[in-house]
Ligand binder design. Structure first.
Ligand code: 2DT
Length: 212
């Protein structure tokens, strides 16, 4: 019998919500419970495209806004064969940011519609669940100063949060809101429960296509 497929689990949220910490904790907890799991993150800065994106984020280079949007998207598409292979082999993928960050961040820039921003990601592997780590701007601010990378300022982050809210109105995506204001362990417990539901559901459902 073919192995049961793994689940595609995405964590999204504004900066400082704890996405990366929670992705790592989730992968470790899943592995310890006997579920094959691996972490991925977007942008994946290790590829040729990822290096262009990384230089842009570090403000070492300038890129036209549409161009960088399409590079972020291409950086997801280039990983799709590997993602599908792993999922089919039964590995659950825990992904730190995905197309939702792509659409939310670019559409927070002047002159970009959410519709245009989702187009280049239509048909990507559809997450079995998108966990949105919710944190108010005040709580995010209380976690310390933003870093020095592009987009790391309070006004832009609040525009991004508005766009995430719009994306969450789309019921074709399985969004689950996680209150990220609690302790790291409490947030982890919530995420782990929601992820196990997604893993079990994925075993009897084919992988979908995003926004299609
Ligand atoms: P981190 O590496 O700290 O997560 O920051 N972004 C990300 C986009 O603008 N478009 C995208 O498609 C993705 C995945 C969010 C990465 C920064 O890049 C932004 C913050």
């Amino acid at each position: 019998m073919a192995a049961k497929r793994g689940a595609l689990i995405v964590l999204e949220g504004v900066d400082k919500a704890g996405k990366t910490t929670q992705c790592k904790m989730l992968v470790q907890a899943l592995q310890q419970s006997g579920y094959p799991a691996e972490m991925m993150r977007f942008p994946d800065r290790s590829t040729t495209i990822g290096k262009l994106i990384s230089a842009y984020l570090e403000k070492k280079s300038e890129l036209e806004d549409h161009t960088v949007h399409l590079l972020f998207s291409a950086n997801r598409w280039e990983m799709v064969p590997e993602m599908k292979r792993k999922l089919e082999q039964g590995t659950t993928l825990v992904v730190d940011r995905y197309a939702f960050s792509g659409a939310a961040f670019t559409s927070a820039k002047p002159g970009f519609s959410l519709d245009w921003c989702t187009r280049s990601d239509v048909g990507l592997p559809k997450p079995d669940v998108v966990l949105f780590l919710q944190l108010s701007p005040a709580e995010a601010a209380s976690r310390g100063r933003y870093g020095e990378e592009r987009y790391e300022d309070a006004a832009f982050q609040s525009a991004v949060l508005d766009r995430f809210r719009q994306l969450m109105d789309d019921s074709s995506v399985n969004w689950k809101v996680v209150d990220a204001s609690g302790s790291v362990d409490d947030v982890h417990k919530d995420i782990a429960l929601k992820s196990l539901d997604a893993i079990h559901a994925a075993q009897t459902q084919p992988l979908g296509e995003l926004w299609k």
